[in-house]
Design a protein around this ligand. Structure first.
Ligand code: NAD
Ligand code: USQ
Length: 449
């Protein structure tokens, strides 16, 4: 199974250069068989213009579902605010949808709507579309951005918690029994704080007096962003208990990779790739730095252990969750959406070995444990048929190729961390100079006589 997935992914990557009529049969068709393939559904994808949302929308459409993307394009606006951009040249939503239609004959509709602010329009949309499922990606998702200033802290809480609350109220007001599939994060658990394997959402505890109970795993967020996912989890629990909303919360690890078989069908469908200190995530940043000849930016000792998942598996997991909704009256379903855990310095050493770049240990801009163990259960997805893609150097090549193709779009001054968790962390990082980072080519030019 794994070999089939890798082979078709590579085939799809190559397909940038093949005629548009030659659409490779992606791993999705094979996966659908294992998935028991439920009937096509009407699906709203909130945040469907983003890094996870766009490839998921294409995957769901490819599987025959009727997909409507809802997004307020706030992520593109934050790029403007930060003076940064996706390394890949992502196209406007209208062009993306048109390209998908041309390449596959399938429709994806786009609605520009702010889930956190345009409540009445959200209710009207749900009433009109009567979706079977609503996938909720529409949140501010960068921990560093959420810690930048009071303004970004407040924005992150208002946007994320307000949006999730609006969604619950809108589903109730519309009277549509839509299944909400929300993207949570592994960070709600803290990292290895409960000792032993992190279960999927709920944990057995013994309360005072020896009473046994099974409760939501204690929340232990490490940033304002992660705190919003903990608050979301309480909202799902409340509205599920009070209004019998059917909710699945997916505690996803760090997503890596760029393209999927669907985004690789045409360059206009390309996925976004964040490499900057605020939105770039660790493995994609290291792969990008390795390809550009920039020393890898390991924060602190690199002893932080985190969970990872490939972008293609994000899309597959979402469909598995959609096809396996909780029954009416069930409590909130919670899955850990992860493939494996790895230590940051081990990943850095792996990328350094492959690319020959140095590993640079820099002061940590974050308030977090220097070293932690992390053991996570992902049995529920595996039991539903997921055979997760693990960190594979073959797939590293996919990212490296993309980075090299668009290297002229990289601004090296955006690579060092630009947000600090508190004054102490900011002081520790005061000597980091964004201008000191040079791409391999710039260094060669500077050295030339
Ligand atoms: P992203 O920023 O690329 O995409 C989020 C999308 O939501 C953007 O297109 C943005 O414009 C939109 N959006 C934000 N607020 C909105 C609002 N109020 N109304 C309408 N649209 C809004 O982020 P991503 O990496 O695709 O992450 C998607 C979800 O998955 C997030 O909730 C994130 O917390 C979660 N997640 C991501 C990762 C990861 O590694 N990228 C890992 C775990 C969980
Ligand atoms: N790190 C480095 N060097 C870097 C970047 C990060 O050492 O250049 C370290 C960080 O200090 C941290 C770890 O790598 O210990 C992970 O950082 P990250 O930026 O890759 O991931 P994080 O901030 O946790 O957030 C990302 C997504 C978020 C998602 C989360 C899943 O942006 O949306 O919820 O991963 S998880 O981490 O499992 O909670």
């Amino acid at each position: 199974m794994k070999i089939i997935i890798w082979a078709s992914l590579l085939q799809a990557v190559v397909s940038f250069s093949v005629p548009k009529t030659s659409v490779p049969r992606s791993s999705s068709a094979l996966f659908a068989e294992a998935n028991g393939s439920a009937a096509p559904k009407k699906i709203l994808v909130l945040g469907g213009d983003g890094f996870c949302g766009w490839p998921t929308s294409l995957y769901l459409s490819d599987q025959g579902h009727d997909v409507v993307v809802v997004d307020n394009l706030s992520r593109r606006n934050i790029d403007l605010e930060l003076g940064c951009d996706s390394l890949t040249p992502i196209q406007p939503m209208e062009v993306r949808c048109q390209a998908w239609k041309e390449v596959t004959g399938k429709d994806i509709r786009f609605v520009n709507l702010d889930v956190a602010k345009e409540y009445d329009l959200l209710v009207q949309l749900i009433e009109k579309e009567k979706p079977d499922s609503i996938v909720h990606f529409a949140e501010q998702r960068a921990a560093p951005y959420s810690m930048k200033t009071s303004k970004t802290k407040r924005y992150t809480v208002d946007n994320n918690v307000g949006g999730s609350n609006n969604l619950c109220c809108a589903v109730i007001d519309s009277g549509v029994d839509a299944h909400i599939v929300h993207l949570g994060t592994m960070g709600v658990y803290g990292y290895g704080t409960s000792g032993g394997e992190i279960p999927e959402g709920y944990i057995d505890v013994i309360l005072p007096g020896g009473r046994e109970s099974n409760i939501l795993h204690p929340a232990y967020p490490g940033s304002v962003y992660h705190a919003t996912k903990c608050l979301d989890a309480l909202l799902w629990q409340f509205y599920n208990k009070n209004d019998q909303l059917r909710v699945t919360d997916l505690h996803q690890g760090i997503v890596w990779g760029t393209n999927t078989p669907q985004t690789a069908l045409d360059e206009r469908l390309i996925n976004r790739f964040d490499y900057d200190g605020d939105y770039g995530t660790v493995l994609n940043r290291f792969l990008m730095q390795g390809a550009m000849g920039v020393p890898l930016t390991v924060y602190g000792t690199g002893g932080q252990t985190r969970a990872f998942i490939h972008i293609s598996d994000t899309a597959r997991c979402i469909e598995l969750a959609i096809n396996n909704p909780p029954k009416p009256g069930d409590r909130v379903e919670i899955f850990n959406q992860v493939a494996e855990t790895r230590r940051v310095r081990d990943i850095a050493n792996l990328v350094a070995k492959l690319t020959g770049v140095e590993v640079n240990y820099i002061p940590n801009p974050r308030q977090e444990a220097d070293e932690n163990e992390l053991d996570v259960s992902n049995k529920k997805f595996c039991n539903l048929g997921l055979d997760p893609i693990t960190l594979d150097t073959g797939l590293f090549d996919e990212v490296t190729e993309v980075v090299k193709k668009y290297k002229s779009r990289c601004n090296p001054q955006k690579i060092l961390p630009a947000s600090f968790w508190n004054k102490k962390r900011a002081e520790a990082c005061a000597d980091l100079d964004p201008k000191s980072v040079k791409l391999a080519e710039e260094k060669t030019e500077a050295a030339a006589p």
